[in-house]
Design a protein around this ligand. Structure first.
Ligand SMILES: N[C@@H](CCC(=O)N[C@@H](CS)C(=O)NCC(=O)O)C(=O)O
Length: 290
């Protein structure tokens, strides 16, 4: 791979494998499955194929919140898709998400199972299916969807831009890190100003917009993402901090963050979730003397 200062792009780009950096082994310029692999199916109506990344956690937070509200129909099986090992390119997964990215959902409660991909689309689908966390009032509903779509449009600059060049790229490129640090700080300021006006992003009500934004920007504010808390002075975004603490205190958010997690403290990881007791099973392993 050429060093960036001396790099002149060729007339036609060709795929040179590997190009270095984290995820280089799974990245490729073509879509479609790489291997035959049917997906497992559990007993619940909702089958979630995901991983405990910010995009995955959005959905497990919503499912746990729905269950906490008493929506028994939101019971789900959560299967771990290991994107580092290329599970997203298995034939069964690609049938559910042709874009080969987690999360993907299959709703088997309908006469013909419905597939849903793109985390924002999954949040909207579930919120509408259960009539929860999406206000009915047109102004509040529209504000919710505006922040939901804001997240979907903004986070690639945080993850694919800042996170990639700050933490994962094989070389530190000042231009790229500067460009994306500037944008991410601007985004944090957008959130901070909004959250200085109201408790939640859409107003007084906790909605799917908060659930979408929290794993990305709440995580960044709490210093979980890319080891970049100090670099981005995240403690200065006081309203984002207040909001992130409020969400973190919710038991459903705490549970949602643990589902399909394969990183960090093993006793916090609920790699697959098929029943509420799966949380207790992991906690039991953590009990003193065990
Ligand atoms: N816009 C998509 C993005 C999903 C996404 O980027 N997922 C990542 C993990 S957070 C993934 O599956 N990456 C695997 C790959 O790129 O091969 C969504 O919100 O659902």
């Amino acid at each position: 791979m050429a060093d960036s200062p001396d790099y002149t792009p060729p007339k036609v780009w060709t795929w040179v494998k590997p190009n270095g950096g984290t995820f280089a082994s799974v990245n490729r310029p073509i879509a479609g499955p790489t291997h035959e692999k049917p997906l497992p199916v559990g007993r619940h109506p909702l089958q979630l194929y995901s991983l405990g990344t910010p995009n995955g956690v959005k959905v497990t937070i919503l499912l746990e919140e729905l269950l906490a509200l008493g929506h028994a129909g939101a019971e789900y099986d959560a299967w771990l898709i290991d994107i580092g090992k290329g599970d997203q390119f298995g034939s069964g997964f690609v049938q559910i998400n042709p874009n080969s990215k987690i999360p993907a959902l299959l709703d088997r409660s309908t006469p013909k199972p419905i597939r849903v991909f793109e985390s924002g689309s999954i949040l909207l689908y579930l919120a509408e299916k259960f009539g929860a966390f999406l206000p009915q009032d047109l102004t509040a509903r529209t504000e919710t969807l505006s922040w939901l779509f804001w997240q979907m449009g903004s986070a690639p600059f945080l993850g694919g831009g800042f996170g990639h060049f700050y933490a994962y790229a094989p070389t530190k490129i000042e231009y790229a890190i500067d460009r994306y640090a500037m944008e991410v700080k601007r985004q944090l300021d957008v959130l901070d100003r909004r959250l200085s006006e109201c408790a939640y992003l859409a107003g007084d009500e906790y909605t799917i917009a908060d659930m979408a934004v929290f794993p990305w920007y709440g995580g960044l504010a709490k210093g979980w993402s890319y080891g970049a808390g100090e670099f981005l002075s995240v403690q200065d975004y006081h309203h984002v901090q207040r909001w992130a603490d409020m969400l973190l205190a919710r038991p459903a958010v705490q549970r949602g963050r643990r589902v399909n997690s394969n990183r960090g403290d093993p006793s916090e990881q609920v790699r697959e979730r098929h029943d509420a007791s799966d949380f207790d099973a992991v906690m039991a392993q953590k009990a003193p003397g065990k």
